[in-house]
Ligand binder design. Structure first.
Ligand code: PLP
Length: 472
């Protein structure tokens, strides 16, 4: 930071100024813009260490969301800061166009292929790097289109996603995202995108057994494919456990059944591992945890623990071979970013993967996740307005409803979940209200301890009780 910037951001007296600068000049994502322009940010964060964030006035918070489900190794790790600084000093940039290579991305590609979940029949083969989960999912769509063009099936282009799925905000990714708030006002989704039912038991399968609910979801998918024609559908994209759409864990048997359907209709499977990848579920990948064998895998967030932007599309051998053949028709593969295979991003990812391995963080995420779910159950099982407590590994959610027996949602105008999250901030914990329901989420850094989980759950219950009292 320059001396001038540090002066503006750093001193306690400047806190109000920084907040006002933000109010006047920053264009925030996923924000009520008029309200922000009126009131400014509720928090201005200036430091992070371990599971804690600190704001410009010196207040400390437990970050129970690891940022946006991404700072998995926690804040302020020297190992990552040093890797970034060393790489910036050694080779700050190198492009990857026209066969140009640099060392760190090559090493990272090999490591990702070695660790990626693979089916024996279609092992993972290559990695294409991008900058965000959104652009990586857009790339996946282009790969599916290119693949089917090379195979002489130009009509096999539609992509099936799921309602409530979250795949990002670029033009195709926002369309695949199954949340109406990302489509409104943007003329999305574009043609080529279809949505099938979310495996969300509370609203789609209340009271059903796993078998019955899976059968219903498979039937919905089969009907969609029959209506559209399998020869028009190129791929289906799925998060192993849905994140932003509500932390939704499908019923037992779901992925095996869905993969049977896709295989029968020659539809590729894209696993969006942007949240689940690199340990969040207590397994290295969500696909390992839930026995998914994809053709294409999207990674981002936990790949660098968000110390540096980086995403990847991991491509299986059969898809790769077909794409390579495309060169005969189309020439050089015409896609890529200035920052594809950025050496600082790759060095950061390698240091992050080393840290995850050396501190057994995947196992730790599983163990802390089990404790989180125990504590959430203790705190919320008896709550009259809790519709469902969900989760897997170190990701969890509590969904609040106006009526529990035959679930009925609250009037969205009451903003129940956002009010609970605001009340949690007053109690020193940062959580997140998810869109399209009154759900609060938990996705802390893997290094969180039991005492901190106790504090998070206590703040959540206390905040929920105070909001519920106000509603009476
Ligand atoms: N896919 C999933 C599952 C995500 O959760 C997200 C972001 O939250 C994305 C894709 C988009 O990633 P990004 O925000 O880096 O574009």
């Amino acid at each position: 930071m320059t001396e001038n910037n540090a002066k503006m951001a750093g001193s306690a007296g400047a806190a109000a100024d920084v907040s006002d600068l933000d109010r006047r000049y920053s264009f925030h994502p996923f924000t009520m813009l008029a309200e922000h322009e009126r009131s400014g940010p509720p928090l201005v964060i200036s430091r992070g260490s371990g599971v804690h964030l600190e704001d410009v006035t010196g207040r400390r918070f437990i970050d129970a969301m690891a940022g946006l489900w991404c700072v998995n190794v926690g804040y302020g790790r020297d190992e990552l800061a040093n890797a970034m600084r060393d790489q910036a000093a050694t080779l700050s940039y190198c492009h990857a166009f026209s066969s140009m290579a640099s060392d760190m991305p090559a090493v990272l590609s090999a490591r990702l292929i070695e660790m990626a979940p693979s089916a024996a029949s279609s092992p993972m083969s290559k990695v294409f790097f991008g900058n965000s989960g959104s652009d990586a999912n857009d790339t996946q769509v282009k790969l599916v289109w290119y693949y089917n063009n090379v195979l002489g099936r130009p009509q096999k282009k539609k992509i099936i996603a799921r309602s409530r799925g979250y795949h990002g905000v670029t033009v195709m990714s926002a369309g695949m995202t199954g949340l109406p708030g990302l489509h409104a006002g943007f003329d999305l989704p574009l043609p080529h995108i279809l949505h099938t039912t979310a495996p969300h038991r509370l609203w789609e399968g209340h009271g059903m057994s796993d078998e019955a609910f899976t059968a219903k979801l498979v039937d919905d998918l089969e009907q969609l494919i029959a209506r559209e024609g399998a020869d028009t559908i190129g791929a289906m994209i799925m998060e192993p456990v849905m994140g932003a759409g509500g932390v939704i864990v499908p019923p037992r048997g779901y992925y095996a059944a869905i993969q049977d359907v896709l295989a029968r209709h020659d539809i590729l499977l894209i696993a969006d591992e942007v949240i689940c990848g690199f340990g969040r579920l207590g397994h290295m990948f969500g696909c390992d945890a839930l026995d998914i064998r994809p053709d294409l895998i999207t990674v981002a967030k936990g790949l660098t623990s968000a110390y540096y932007p980086l995403s990847g599309c991991i491509v299986s051998e059969p898809v790769w071979e077909t794409i390579v053949k495309g060169g005969e028709h189309y020439g050089a593969f015409g896609h890529g970013y200035t920052y594809t295979a950025h050496p600082i991003a790759a060095a950061t990812a390698l240091a992050n993967l080393d840290l995850i391995a050396s501190e057994n963080m995947v196992e730790r995420a599983g163990a802390m996740g089990a404790y989180l779910h125990e504590r959430l159950a203790d705190a919320f099982d008896d709550h009259p307005l809790v519709g469902e407590i969900r989760g897997f590994g170190l990701i969890g959610a509590v969904e609040f409803v106006a009526r529990r027996d035959t679930p009925r949602a609250f009037d969205p105008a009451l903003k129940v979940a956002p009010r609970i999250v605001a009340a949690m901030i007053e109690r020193g914990v940062i959580s997140r209200a998810l869109p399209n329901a009154d759900t609060i989420a938990f996705s802390p850094p893997f290094i969180i301890g039991k005492r901190e989980i106790d504090a998070v759950v206590h703040a959540a219950r206390d905040a929920a009780d105070s909001v519920m009292q106000d509603l009476e």
